[in-house]
Design a protein around this ligand. Structure first.
Ligand code: ZN
Length: 130
């Protein structure tokens, strides 16, 4: 398993981690699991286009801001947990020498409660060559 760490600079941020996943998958065959061991971050597939990334941030923020959540009495980040759960903390991709994603499918670590010094991503190849 390959363990990567990323630092984030904003409350909400999309960080393209496609290259790290492609590097891990190079020459392999099977599937690759991309997992972030955090409950206020997520793994998302979308197009790496600057305005679309802003649209994602604006959309995600609009879903949780100005709401009242019970968990906010503890550490004021219920919205971050909810968005993380909805987007998902893991995605799996087919691999045949490279990840078999479409042209407009890039892989992102989504920061939902930043900034954070360390956000971990675990990349695990499950090889089926036997
Ligand atoms: Zn919390």
């Amino acid at each position: 398993m390959i363990k990567k760490e990323f630092s984030t600079n904003k409350k909400y941020e999309l960080i393209d981690i496609t290259d790290a996943v492609k590097k891990a998958a190079k020459g392999k065959r099977g599937v690759v699991s991309v997992f972030t061991p955090h409950s206020t971050a997520a793994i998302l597939i979308t197009e790496n286009e600057p305005n679309l990334k802003k649209d994602w941030v604006n959309f995600l923020q609009s879903q949780v801001e100005e709401r009242s959540f019970l968990h906010d009495r503890i550490d004021n980040n219920a919205g971050s947990h909810i968005l993380s759960g909805l987007i998902g903390q893991e995605k799996t991709f087919p691999v045949d020498g490279d990840i078999l994603t479409g042209t407009w499918q890039q892989i992102f670590l989504v920061e939902l409660d930043g900034p954070r010094t360390v956000r971990k991503v675990n990349i695990k190849i499950i090889d089926n060559r036997g």
